[in-house]
Design a protein around this ligand. Structure first.
Ligand code: DLZ
Ligand code: SF4
Length: 540
């Protein structure tokens, strides 16, 4: 429950001040630092639904519905404990449409002595926050977001004087610091990483368990009706909305994952299957990133499953690494490198985003599946994001900014601190290798090995040239040819570059010609606008 009246940072020095506590949509946690020391008799909690946050990218309908509903449920929980919550709905008269505008109006309404807020998840909002104090003429305290294992300052210290920021070393420090999966100073099982035992092909007979979905209550139904009308032109389906919107339900979803999915999580972590969009993934990232679950409780629940013998170390270590290692690491990189990080484009990628990222209408069956899953669920798992839509965007030289906007819009878990390094660095190599030691590129053979997408596809991953050849094949070699100056010396690409060097010149010419013809045929516009139900791009 909310940390009512717990003495905290700075609070003891100002016990009689009336404080306006501003809670953002991805901070719906009773443990959030901006609520620390809250005095229910005196303070006011401010929460606002604002147009700017819904349209700075054209978010998926389910993402908006999830955030609004989680915010409204959280406000109701606070109110039920006697806290005064000033909740501004998107359709309320006079809604200023922005965080700054709504904060200004709330200051007029409540005349607080000061404002307390927790640092945001996006640079854009951080820039707004930094001038609130001077704009409002009031003290504004920006608290650290202590939901993370590693603070921004702690990560900066880790990164100091390092030439390379490889995640693996950061992860080991986090394991030692938290004691997760440790036996004294040694890693459980005497290894830090068990990936050699993971990432198997999915047998046709193995199916995903039924996922725990949550029937919308009256409050969520009201939000769904609002979103259906006000955001009708946004990407994505609303039907079948089954996200948890309270902490209690999110805990149930977590418990279901640990019990029914975690044991096979490692084995099939990289597998993809048509019409089984979740496989054995946790699907708790929207809850974690919005504040309904904490990173620590998720890791502890997974560790406990290992200790009880309910899940193997390969699965549990692989899963904990995603949260304790990768998630903390990319957040650290984001804050270390912003704002310049978003501007790099070392491969000079400049093509517009193909329209099929929005419509899903393409004869590339793997893309059609990944986009279809995304439209239905506001979710696709890691390997669909990295090795299908990300891989294609990298091979096709799509401009990073357009790809990033797409990922930020379409996934229910996407906030820029998480999305940008994953897409810009990991998927697109636009940072030149700060995050990834090589570009994550793959031809049709990889997608064929890891999925059942290729069987029904009109292309064949085994055919290298001609009209039936999988386009990923020519694009793969064409990418290596086009970027040889940048990538030719990358040790991890030595093998494909050796193969390329041995290729006959006529074959290279054929690759460049076929890839060029395919890329020239990509359209960033709907082919038949009337047939496309949604205009899904920016509506600002
Ligand atoms: C993503 C989002 C959306 C769609 N709407 C709101 C909103 O109306 N009010 C709000 O407080 N937060 C919203 N959010 C989440 C914010 O965009 C998020 O808090 C910032 O991007 C900082 O991470
Ligand atoms: Fe994708 Fe190529 Fe497989 Fe078709 S054949 S599903 S385009 S990888």
């Amino acid at each position: 429950m909310t940390r009512v009246k717990a003495p905290s940072k700075g609070e003891a020095a100002s016990p009689t001040l009336k404080t306006l506590r501003f809670v953002l949509g991805d901070q719906v946690s009773h443990e959030i630092s901006s609520l620390s020391g809250l005095d229910a008799q005196r303070d006011v909690v401010l929460m606002v639904e604002v147009a700017d946050e819904t349209t700075y990218v054209g978010h998926h309908k389910q993402k908006i519905a999830f955030i609004f509903s989680a915010m409204r449920h959280f406000a109701a929980e606070l109110t039920a404990t006697g806290v005064t919550v000033d909740y501004v709905k998107i359709d309320d008269a006079g809604n200023a449409g922005s965080f700054t505008g709504e904060l200004q109006r709330a200051v007029v309404r409540h005349a607080p002595d000061r404002v307390v807020v927790t640092e945001p998840g996006e640079w854009r909002v951080w820039e707004m926050m930094r001038v609130w104090s001077s704009e409002l003429g009031l003290p504004v305290t920006i608290e650290d977001d202590d939901r993370y294992f590693c603070s921004r300052g702690r990560f900066a210290r880790w990164a100091e004087d390092r030439k390379s920021y490889r995640m693996e070393f950061f992860y080991r420090e986090m394991r030692r610091e938290t004691g997760l999966l440790m036996r004294g100073d040694e890693p459980e099982g005497d290894r830090w990483n068990f990936d050699t035992e993971n990432r198997k092909r999915l047998p046709a007979t193995v199916h995903e368990p039924n996922r725990r979905r949550f029937e919308p209550d009256a409050m969520t139904r009201e939000v769904l009706d609002l979103v259906a009308i006000r955001f009708s032109h946004h990407f994505g389906d609303l039907d079948g909305f089954g996200w948890a919107v309270t902490r209690a339900d999110a805990l149930e979803a977590l418990e279901h994952f640990i019990r029914a999915c975690l044991p096979l999580y490692g084995d099939y972590q990289d597998a993809m299957k048509a019409d089984e969009p979740f496989l054995f993934h946790a699907v708790v990232s929207p809850y974690l990133n919005a504040g309904l679950l904490t990173a620590r409780e998720i890791c502890v629940a997974a560790e406990r499953a290992y200790q009880r013998g309910e899940a193997g170390l390969n699965a549990v270590e692989g899963f904990i690494r995603q949260i304790l290692g990768w998630r903390e690491y990319i957040r650290g990189i984001y804050w270390l490198r912003m704002p310049g990080y978003a501007d790099t484009n070392v491969l000079g990628a400049s093509r517009p985003l193909p329209w099929f990222y929005w419509s899903g209408e393409t004869d590339l069956n793997c893309i059609a599946n990944a986009v279809g899953d995304t439209r239905r669920n506001a979710y696709a798992h890691h390997i669909q994001r990295l090795m299908v839509t990300g891989n294609f965007a990298l091979l096709a030289g799509i401009e990073p900014r357009q790809v990033e906007e797409w990922y930020l819009a379409v996934y229910a878990d996407a906030y820029e601190w998480a999305e940008l390094p994953n897409v810009h660095g990991m998927a697109l190599f636009a940072d030149g290798g700060l995050l990834a030691s090589k570009p994550y590129i793959a031809s049709g053979a990889y997608i064929d090995r890891m999925s059942d997408y290729c069987g029904p596809c009109r292309y064949d991953p085994k055919i290298k040239s001609g009209p039936n050849a999988c386009p990923f094949n020519a694009l793969y070699w064409n990418f290596l040819i086009e970027n040889q100056n940048q990538l030719g010396k990358n040790a991890r690409l030595a093998m494909p570059y050796r193969t390329l060097a041995q290729m006959r010149p006529e074959r290279r010419d054929e690759i460049v010609r076929e890839a060029g013809a395919f890329l020239a045929g990509l359209s960033s516009q709907p082919i038949e606008p009337s047939a496309i139900p949604v205009q899904a791009t920016l509506d600002v």
